[in-house]
Design a protein around this ligand. Structure first.
Ligand code: FDA
Length: 580
């Protein structure tokens, strides 16, 4: 006899585990989430919450709760490079889509806004949703080991309150146990890359710094100070709550081991970052290291790993928690379909095929963004500078009226703009195109990227891409294309001449035992193409269709009505679900 039985055991209550719990619960899948500590995140690590993540939270119905607690996009984007907050400003970049040139890109791409919300505030919101939907959460419960066979997984866990060990039997297990994942170790998943490349210290503190930032509100201020370089590139002051709660980041040489600063030394570090001896209260100090690691394989048998367990990288670009939540969004509907016997377990192979390349991409991008800061130091001539006087002398050089100084100013300007690959990297955030058995080609070649593919999101309904967002009208309400899909279902979108697809969807759904709603978009249809934007982005004719998976990625599309729509749609659905 097992002590507990469930469909899915989720280990870890970080962004990956919580999202898995909320999504699976909302799809009606029984799950148990265990967490070795007594509560959720106690440090405000992640904060940049991108539009793709907000879309997942929108589907979960908690987007408005997040907006209420979050710092809005408007206040996020004066990314300042300076010698200290009160000191000299070296340059500034409008970030997170705040430049007028980029605003439209962000607004056109999604119904949701990018926001800044500390992990300590986001996690309880997702947790609340998971619990309301039926997740069983057990805190102070530590995963110790597991075995698996063709029927399920048995995990041995320890109740850290009663100090008792018991077993949980599940049909599947999710390893969302973070950057030191025991589950990844137990499975022997191969990890590529290196860890502990540099070290950084987080100092949380309370101080009212309004007078230094009110005219240039931002979530990040980068400080060029002797001794601060290394780590993620420079010293950092990060806003946690405007403008009285802060995180100071100060880097250290990992080869020399963790520094052991006294309280007074930590205060002095903060004064150096701020540039003034303001009243402040240090509330917590913690340490982390820069990693460049991705698992080559995310799963083995019935155990699926996600989040930091399989992609470990620095916070540059703000992708960690975002990618973790998006991993969960990819896996949850697949598990739900398999557990409800609507799909063959082979569908689960597509989780690795689709998400591992994303993990690899973001680990590379986040590490490259650290490297991209170095040329700024080099151009200013401040690499390795160890005194304030020398720093000032070198920074003053760019103010001179000489040919060399002008060239230096131009180079600096270019390098600061190049940091858009860290702070306006919309293509990386939004533009994932999946290739796997859960995507069926329509025979068309992959659309070209017409602008830089990292900086810009390219909307397309090419199978594998995320469904493009446009505003429509449905049942008297303004809705996004993304509001019509999701919630654990496949949805077929078609046009004015697509009535046969609607019938085909009903028949295919009945044959496969699935709810497969179909919606016609256009004049006289259930959904109005209010601004004609769907006609511009759908890339199919009015008699064609776009089959959208539960994670809002296009599973297949047809340019026009086929001779036997029911046969074709059923064939495609069978292929995606592994039931061919
Ligand atoms: P996470 O580590 O959050 O959670 C794992 C959980 O598993 C933990 O609660 C742990 O206690 C639990 N656990 C571990 N072993 C266990 C066991 N044996 N039994 C039971 N439970 C166990 N990201 C982002 O998207 N935007 C951003 O702006 C930033 N900024 C940022 C700044 C800084 C300074 C840092 C250090 C990090 C970021 N991040 C970020 C990254 C982000 O914090 C990170 O990627 C996510 O927390 C990862 O989420 P996971 O759920 O994968 O792991």
């Amino acid at each position: 006899m097992f002590d507990i039985e469930t469909d899915v055991l989720i280990v870890g209550s970080g962004p990956a585990g919580l999202s898995s719990a909320a999504l699976l619960s909302s799809y009606g899948i029984p799950n148990v989430m265990i967490e070795k500590y007594s509560w959720l995140a106690n440090m405000p690590r992640a904060h940049i919450t991108n539009q793709r993540t907000m879309e997942v939270l929108r589907e979960l119905g908690v987007e408005d709760e997040v907006y209420q607690d979050a710092v809005p996009q408007d206040l996020m984007g004066n990314n300042v490079f300076c010698t200290s907050l009160a000191g000299e400003e070296v340059g500034r970049l409008l970030t997170w889509g705040n430049h007028p040139n980029r605003r439209a890109d962000y607004e056109l791409a999604s119904p949701s806004r990018i926001v800044d919300i500390p992990q300590t505030m986001l996690e309880p919101i997702i947790f609340g949703k998971a619990m309301r939907e039926g997740c069983l959460a057990r805190f102070k419960t530590e995963y110790l080991s597991h075995t698996q066979d063709e029927n399920g997984v048995v995990a041995t866990v320890r109740d850290r309150v009663a100090n008792q060990t018991y077993r949980i039997r599940a049909k599947y297990m999710i390893g969302a146990d973070g950057g030191r994942s025991q589950i990844v170790k137990d499975l022997g998943l191969p990890l590529d890359g290196k860890e502990g490349l540099a070290g950084s210290m987080n100092i949380e503190f309370d101080a009212d710094l309004t007078h230094l930032v009110a005219h240039r509100p931002s979530v990040l201020y980068w400080v060029f100070q002797p001794g601060a370089a290394g780590g993620i590139g420079a010293g950092v002051l990060r806003m946690i709550r405007p403008w009285h709660k802060w995180l100071g980041m100060w880097n250290y040489d990992v080869s020399a081991g963790r520094p052991d600063y006294s309280e007074e030394e930590i205060r002095q570090i903060l004064f150096r970052l701020i540039g003034e001896e303001v009243p402040l209260k240090v509330t917590r100090v913690s340490y982390w290291t820069v990693n460049n690691i991705v698992a080559r394989q995310y799963s083995k048998g019935r155990v699926f790993c996600m989040g930091d367990a399989v992609h470990r990288h620095p916070p540059t670009n703000g992708l960690g928690s975002n990618t973790s939540i998006q991993d969960a969004y990819n896996l949850a509907w697949k598990l739900a379909h398999v557990l409800k016997a609507k799909a063959d377990p082979s569908l689960l192979d597509s989780y690795n095929d689709e998400r591992q390349p994303v993990g690899k991409q973001i680990v590379t991008r986040a590490n490259k963004s650290i490297e991209d800061t170095l040329p700024i130091f080099e151009t200013l001539g401040i690499t390795g500078v160890s005194t304030d006087e020398e720093m000032k002398r070198r920074l003053d050089k760019r103010k001179m009226s000489t040919v060399e100084a002008e060239a230096q100013r131009k180079a600096l300007n270019k390098q600061i703009r190049n940091k858009s690959y860290e702070f306006n990297c919309h293509g990386v955030e939004m533009g994932q195109r999946y290739r796997s058995g859960a995507v069926v080609s329509d025979g068309t070649p992959e659309p070209e990227y017409t602008r830089d593919r990292e900086l810009y999101y390219h909307a397309t309904t090419w199978p594998g891409a995320r469904l493009p967002h446009v505003w429509l009208e449905h049942e008297g309400r303004k809705v996004s294309t993304l509001d019509l899909v999701g919630r654990g279902r496949f949805v077929l979108l078609t046009g004015v001449s697509g009535a046969s697809w609607v019938e085909a969807a009903a028949r295919a759904g009945a044959e496969l035992g699935l709810d497969l709603p179909a919606l016609q978009i256009g004049p006289g249809c259930a959904v109005a193409d209010t601004f004609g934007d769907w006609a511009m982005v759908s890339e199919v004719s009015d008699s064609g269709c776009v089959l959208v998976r539960p994670d809002a990625h296009v599973g297949w599309r047809a340019q026009m009505l086929s001779a036997e729509p029911t046969v074709e749609l059923t064939r495609v659905m069978r292929r995606i679900l592994g039931r061919a």
